[in-house]
Design a protein around this ligand. Sequence first.
Ligand code: ZN
Length: 255
Amino acid sequence: MYDLLELTRGRLAQIAPQALALLPVGSVEQHGPHLPVGADSIIVEAIARRAAAEASSEVPIVLCPVVSFGSSDHHLYWCAASLSNETLIEVLSDIVSSLHASGFREILILNSHGGNAEAARIVTRKTPLKCPVVVGTCNYWDIAKVALERETDLFKIGVKVPGHAGYFETSLMLALKPNLVDLDLLPPARKDIPAEGATGVYLQRPGNSVGMDGHSGDAHLADAKRGGVYLDIITSEVAKALVAFHAAARGQAPV
Ligand SMILES: [Zn+2]
């Protein structure tokens, strides 16, 4: 695994044509009273770095720095450093296009914040129409869903994954950076408001995240050891996805 920031231009030119560029995208937004605003960025940096290391025996991977600013306008009631969806599309388009211009032929956007998902998909759809590059995007929780369901009781006990600053994200943060979790400020448990209607219609309510007081679920149940287990499962599933994406991008497997 290579760290993009540590490569010289000569090494980059050698490595890029064969390598998968992994671009993690997070957010800077309030995460309840007890988690830091950079939680999504911290989580995706850890997952990307660990998964890239795990997959690197099979795939040459260049890890890009996290795009920490995401689309978080729905958290501005409290605080966020947010890019609009339109700006995020431009930012990700420019990064992906310039990575391609620098020699990369395959780029995977690894997302850790729901508000970025649409922008990342639009960039993934549009960029290969303009230049010969294979682009992919995924949310880490989607990649890990089946394994988390198989290997943990997360879904049986009704935890929303990832939710927002609830049991799941708080457990991940306790495993990664316990010093950044303020256990004295854990918010009261909340019943999650579903974002989607029962009919399959995608639905957003005005002030949705205000209504849920900026967090979901019950962070009191969060646990560092369990968070570590979730991280291991997510890492291993994302690593498998990197290998599969690389094979698909090189035409060795169906896209
Ligand atoms: Zn989050």
